[in-house]
Design a protein around this ligand. Structure first.
Ligand SMILES: Nc1nc2c(ncn2[C@@H]2O[C@H](COP(=O)(O)OP(=O)(O)OP(=O)(O)O)[C@@H](O)[C@H]2O)c(=O)[nH]1
Ligand SMILES: [Mg+2]
Length: 405
């Protein structure tokens, strides 16, 4: 069996957010299949261009790690290729990866579908390419293990000329898939089912909520970036049909190349009719909401959304929680009914519920309008069909002559 890679964190302190970044790094390590074996931190007043942190600190770390074999260094920030090489040289040529490389590695592990794999490989290659210039081949020295894995566990390409061709090829493949999906989306719009997107910070329970609402049976896991591919499922609230979409989660400082590569996947969330922003009530939910909103806005998101705090079972009292959120616990099944109600309410002003009376002679015409009606019940009378239904306001005029006076 492959040995579990031990990882030591170097945490630069740039602002008070560092503690969250540090604990996230521990989760990232575990999600990549490594094991966290210690850390050190340093307040950074000025970034050392050669090694990012100070050289004295590096000597100290070298001593701490002296005699420990096979420990990989995670620098919890972004490094230039030469900084990576210099830190490695100062630490007995140990393997050094940065936060972006680690996140890309987790994505590579978790990509399941063809499209997911293309997106991840593209993001990885785009991150590596400019880093392989000249002799700064920090990546080709990684050897193996975390940071060098490609989707499907293939070793990442490190030849610049190959990478250039491969990037072009992957970009074209992705365009084709995006076009196909665009066609599917178009079909859904024609049927006019409203879409609701589950978006939010990673590991907050989006997939768990998807399963609770739709019984989809998608993967829920205590790991970061468990979901990469979007899933869409139909579900009903009080006789109204919706499509719920589960998507990839976000994290602060999500590598730009990832956001770029996942643009086409995230489009389904960006183009939804309503988004549910999910955050963890027991975590730094403000930062989580902000990260989610800013990432989506950078992709052109401007849809209405509801803020949902999940995992309320983990907080003792909900009094200190912001009042503009819906509190739920998927685990305990709490708050789900209220959430459904709030979803319906956000569409309420767009729909009218009423009774239609359709003469027998008009049944043909009425059934051609089926895409615009949601029937809750129907009875046949001497003269025709009486139907109780919900109609989106923009279609009401089509039914004028059937509306019971
Ligand atoms: N305590 C508690 N845990 C929960 C709750 N809902 C989900 N979880 C757990 O949180 C972890 C993450 O759940 P997921 O549904 O996979 O989260 P996600 O947001 O889809 O995560 P990614 O796809 O990785 O971004 C799992 O271990 C769930 O069992 C909840 O209400 N309370
Ligand atoms: Mg998920």
């Amino acid at each position: 069996m492959e040995q579990i890679e031990k990882i030591f964190i170097i945490q630069p302190i740039l602002d008070e957010n560092w503690r969250v970044l540090h604990s996230e790094a521990v989760s990232l390590i575990e999600s990549a299949g490594g094991s966290y074996c210690g850390s050190c931190h340093q307040v950074i007043k000025e970034i050392n261009p050669a090694t990012y942190i100070g050289s004295g600190k590096l000597k100290e770390i070298a001593q701490t790690l002296d005699g420990l074999d096979g420990v990989t260094i995670l620098f919890n920030g972004e490094l230039s290729p030469s900084q990576t090489l210099n830190i490695s040289a100062a630490l007995d040529n140990r393997k050094v990866i940065d936060r972006t490389t680690l996140i890309l590695d987790i994505f590579a592990l978790n990509a399941v579908t063809g499209e997911g794999k293309i997106q991840v490989e593209l993001a990885q290659l785009k991150y590596i390419y400019p880093r392989l210039k000249g002799k700064g081949a920090a990546l080709s020295r990684l050897g193996g293990g975390i940071g060098s894995r490609g989707p499907g566990e293939t070793q990442l390409e490190t030849d610049r000329r190959h990478i250039r061709y491969r990037i072009k090829y992957l970009e074209n493949r992705l365009k084709e898939t995006a076009t196909r999906r665009g066609l599917q989306l178009g079909r859904r719009e024609k049927r006019d089912v409203k879409t609701i997107a589950l978006v939010g910070y990673t590991n907050t329970g989006k997939s768990s909520l998807m399963n609770a609402l739709t019984g989809a049976g998608v993967l829920e896991k205590n790991a970061l970036f468990a979901t990469l591919d979007p899933t869409a499922r139909r579900f009903m609230i009080d006789g109204n049909e919706f499509v719920l979409i589960d998507t990839v989660g976000f994290i602060q400082k999500l590598p730009h190349d990832i956001v770029e590569a996942f643009k086409s996947t995230l489009e389904s969330a960006v183009n939804c009719d309503l988004a549910l922003f999910i955050a963890d009530a027991s975590g730094d939910y403000r930062m989580q909401f902000e990260t989610t909103l800013s990432t989506l806005v950078s992709l052109g998101f401007n849809k209405p959304y509801l803020k949902v705090l999940n995992k309320c079972d983990l907080v003792e009292d909900t009094e200190h929680l912001p009042t503009d959120c819906i509190y739920i616990s998927v685990k305990q099944g709490r708050g789900i009914e209220e959430l459904k109600e709030r979803i319906l309410n956000s569409f309420a002003d767009k729909f009218t519920t009423l009774r239609l009376s359709v003469p027998y002679s008009e049944l043909g015409n009425y059934s051609s309008l089926a895409y615009a009606v949601k029937e809750h019940g129907r009875t046949f009378t001497d003269t025709g069909l009486d139907a109780d239904c919900t109609i989106e306001n923009k279609y009401l005029h089509l039914f004028d002559k059937y509306i019971a006076k």
